[in-house]
Design a protein. Structure first.
Lengths: 189, 189
């Protein structure tokens, strides 16, 4: 009798565990689908934010690992998966910037930036004028361009990722685009 | 298209949504947006494989995942309340407080009452409260003291949290805003 009851309890626990391992059943997309759908977007965002492709690759992998670990905490009512992933990526990138700043302080000559000048940082398809103009923007400006233009996030979602108000987000985007246009004009002249 | 102009922000949203440009300035901006979108970087197949492989590794582990942030806070709060109640109960049992307070006698020494009135007061003096009642009152008093101390500690912790968050936000702004200045310096060299 006791054995039968223990078996039933164990069956119930196993069923619940299986349901949790299949987050799609709870309204959360399965992890493989999440990777297939959003890895490119997260990578784009990180390339624009860091201006460093290899760092963006590492950070994208780290982002998805963190997302996988905390996937049960994702609440679809609080935002789209893409915005959630971008928030994780943002915090990973800020940690990276912090580590980079420490490294820069340690090293007198920060030679890597100069080494990167010859190669395309952001994408092969961009014109040299736009590529150079993008380099003149701050990471915060490139970040808002990536979120709003490349990833097509709406204003409130992008603002939540950045931790600012939607109005401030819109202003930052407008300024970033204006600066891009000006920088491109300077490069062409 | 001003950065702070609401009409400009509205037009920018329209351009982002794919509406036709109306002015030459908007045309330039639409071209810029199209070039940014067309030249967006794409994650390599190796990165897709790497992310999926890293996500597979923890999935195989049998370890139970830790509860989320909210659940952890709730558990901690419940534990604190339980400890506070237990401490108050122990305090009530160990030191139940004095029986009747010798207030009447001290009052009599400072302001002697007429003999008749003093006799009546002695006759109407209430019976000493039971030990259980004294323990209960002592425990309640101790609990109130704990509550005050707890509230003060919470207020201090909240203030510290706000300070730490503000400091982190300021540091983040500095990191994301200042990195481009360093890079621009390198570009100009």
């Amino acid at each position: 009798m006791t054995n039968r009851r223990a078996g039933a309890v164990s069956k119930g626990v196993n069923a619940l565990s299986a349901q949790l391992e299949r987050p799609a059943a709870l309204g959360v997309p399965a992890f493989g689908d999440l990777v297939a759908e959003h890895l490119d977007a997260v990578y784009r965002y990180l390339v624009y934010l860091t201006g460093d492709r290899s760092a963006a690759e590492d950070l994208a992998a780290e982002t998805f690992e963190k997302a996988f670990r905390s996937r049960r905490r994702f609440d679809p009512r609080r935002g789209a998966p893409r915005a959630w992933l971008c928030r994780i990526a943002h915090s990973a990138a800020v940690d990276w910037f912090r580590a980079e700043a420490r490294r820069r302080r340690r090293e007198d000559a920060y030679s890597r930036d100069r080494a990167e000048l010859d190669e395309s940082l952001f994408a092969e398809g961009l014109s040299p004028a736009l590529e150079t103009a993008l380099r003149t923007l701050s990471p915060a400006e490139r970040e808002v361009v990536a979120l709003r233009v490349l990833l097509d996030l709406d204003g409130p979602s992008a603002a939540r990722v950045l931790g600012i108000s939607p109005t401030a987000c819109s202003t930052r985007l407008s300024r970033a685009l204006k600066r891009l246009e000006e920088a491109m004009g300077d490069v062409r002249d | 298209m001003s950065a702070t102009d609401p009409a400009g922000a509205e037009r920018l949203e329209a351009l982002l949504a794919g509406e036709e440009p109306r002015t030459p300035a908007e045309e330039r901006r639409a071209l810029l947006l199209a070039e940014l979108r067309g030249g967006a970087p794409v994650a390599a197949a190796a990165l897709h494989a790497r992310v999926l492989a890293r996500a597979d590794a923890p999935a195989r582990s049998r370890r139970r995942p830790l509860p989320g942030g909210r659940a952890r806070i709730l558990a901690l709060a419940a534990a604190v309340v339980a400890v506070a109640l237990a401490a108050a109960a122990v305090h009530g049992v160990v030191s139940p407080g004095p029986g009747l307070r010798p207030v009447a006698s001290s009052a009599r020494t400072t302001a002697p009452a007429p003999a008749a009135t003093a006799g009546t007061a002695a006759a109407t003096q209430p019976a000493a409260p039971s030990r259980a009642s004294r323990s209960f009152h002592s425990a309640v008093g101790f609990l109130a003291l704990e509550g005050v101390a707890g509230a003060a500690a919470l207020a201090l912790a909240a203030a510290l949290l706000v300070l730490v968050r503000e400091r982190r936000r300021r540091e983040e702004r500095r990191l994301l805003g200042a990195s481009a200045a360093g890079r621009r310096g390198d570009l100009m060299e």
